[in-house]
Design a protein around this ligand. Structure first.
Ligand code: PLP
Length: 364
């Protein structure tokens, strides 16, 4: 059977290896496996969420509230925007899909950082769009602008803080950059880790409301999968001009969020203390990674997220180290597929991190 030509070369997205797979492949007990591969919150999620979802289970026979009223009202209050400025997706991944399908086709170009979130490329290929990338590791907005001028892309992705490198764009520089972009080019600011950046360095914080106030061609993306500890619930959101949101709605399947997920995200949004504590713990533990890197004489990229990127020396191969860790029950991300000799490690609990340091120094 023949399938669409444009999906022929798509490399299937490889998610962080699930614990279940390591149990099966290496015969390691689940309790001895540590997963630091997908930037999940090691503190789990708010206890309030865990209590609330129990009651929802009784409502499973009914379709969810497709207007998503409660979650939308929580988000619009949090971000001080109107409901019409918000769309909710099955993870912010789904909003990325809507954006690309709404705006790009096989004649379009999509501009992104040299090294960035893999799903931008995968969805771009769905529609046969051409992918343009900058060079270097961190976002360099001068390079973005130069390519923008020459190539006139229809979408520009700015991932800040960036996954998988952890660096962040200065907020003022980001606003100055978007000011120079014409109204017909869609700018996507992916803030999946923005909660962390806000705590570490407010000059990196991009406020969705400020973007909305200044730009009608920009959408901000957020997610409940990282700081809120709800990766398994699959809830993300977009905040932008009502005209953009209206177009995205045309592509949205009905009931794209489950009743359980809606309730979990709504309650999670109210428990600010849980998120704050998680972020404080995160940066406390991240210091230990910085010390570890210094001891081992490896480079670490300054991170505004809940993960660190360890750039290995040329005599250490990231794929081999990731495999050796896996055989010992420690799941991390090898970044050789991104052209980097590096591993990305989610900052875990104190105990999980200690285990990472012990195993890695043994391997190195
Ligand atoms: C995790 C992540 C997302 C989306 O995650 P969802 O679970 O689909 O909400 C989007 N962008 C980046 C950069 C991420 O790291």
């Amino acid at each position: 059977m023949k399938f669409n030509e444009q999906i022929k070369d798509i490399k299937t997205y490889e998610a962080g290896k699930p614990i279940e797979l390591v149990v099966r492949e290496f015969g390691i007990e689940p309790k001895d496996i540590v997963k630091l591969a997908s930037n999940e919150n090691p503190n789990g999620c708010s206890l309030k969420v865990q209590k609330a979802v129990v009651d929802i289970v009784a409502k499973m026979a009914l379709y969810p509230d497709d207007s998503m009223m409660n979650l939308k009202s929580g988000l619009s209050k949090r971000f001080q925007v109107e409901d019409e400025n918000i769309i909710i997706g099955s993870g912010s991944d789904q909003i990325i899909e809507f954006l690309i399908h709404a705006k790009a086709n096989s004649n379009s170009k999509i501009l992104m950082n040299s090294i960035t979130f893999a799903m931008y490329e995968i969805y771009a290929k769905h529609v046969g769009a051409e992918i343009l990338r900058t060079t270097g590791v961190e976002h360099d907005l001068d390079k973005f602008y130069k390519i923008y001028k020459e190539e006139k892309p229809s979408i520009i992705f700015l991932c800040t803080p960036n996954n998988p490198t952890g660096d962040a764009i200065d907020a003022k520089a980001l606003f100055d950059f978007i000011k120079k972009i014409d109204d017909d080019t869609l700018v996507v600011v992916d803030g999946a880790y923005m909660e962390y950046a806000l705590v570490k360095d407010a000059s990196k914080y991009v406020k969705p409301k400020d973007l909305l106030k200044e730009f009608s061609n920009t959408i901000y993306l957020g997610t409940f999968s990282k700081a809120y500890g709800l990766g398994g619930m699959r809830v993300g959101y977009g905040v932008g001009d009502a005209k953009i949101i209206k177009e995205l709605y045309k592509l949205r399947p009905p009931f794209n969020i489950t009743t359980l997920s809606l309730e979990a995200a709504t309650i999670a949004l109210e428990d600010e203390e849980f998120v704050e504590n998680s972020i404080v713990d995160n940066f406390k533990e991240m210091k230990r990674y910085e010390e570890f890197a210094k001891e081992q004489k490896i480079d670490i990229i300054e991170s505004y997220t809940n993960f660190v990127t360890l750039c290995l020396n040329s005599n250490q191969k990231s794929s081999q180290i990731a495999t050796a860790l896996l055989q010992r029950g420690m799941i991390v991300r090898d970044l050789s597929g991104y052209g980097m000799n590096a591993i990305r490690v989610t900052v875990g609990t104190t105990e999980q991190n200690s285990k990472f340091f012990a195993l890695t120094s043994e391997i190195l």
